[in-house]
Design a protein around this ligand. Sequence first.
Ligand code: THU
Length: 127
Amino acid sequence: MDPLLEAALEARSHAHAPFSKFQVGAALEDIAGRIHTGCNVENATYGLTICAERVAVFKAISEGARKFTRIAVAADTDTLTPPCGACRQILWEFCGDVEVALVNPRGKVETLRLKDLFPRPFDASFL
Ligand code: THU
């Protein structure tokens, strides 16, 4: 399997999801080929929960990466789990029209582009 998909599945095993029990992993590839992983981290207030995708983006940014080629998102659903709306906004701002690969533990994979998941985005070009 593609190492990026494997990294997302592996990252999912680190999910801290005691409230929803819904574990998600993400793996973001930068232009140097480096993989930055993330998992969802929930919080007792619920609202402070952060999704796997945003953890991966913020970890990557904090380590100096700035350009990205692909992100993989792993969850255990038969209808593959796409990024939530908030994550789509963050992905658009930091990664542009990145490739988005969705995967589940049974090896089902679907590849999309962010532009199709997030048409007509608002971003800094309007400011
Ligand atoms: N979640 C993610 O981490 N990424 C997604 O793409 C969908 C939702 C998390 C947030 C929360 O911890 C749990 O899944 C249920 O919504």
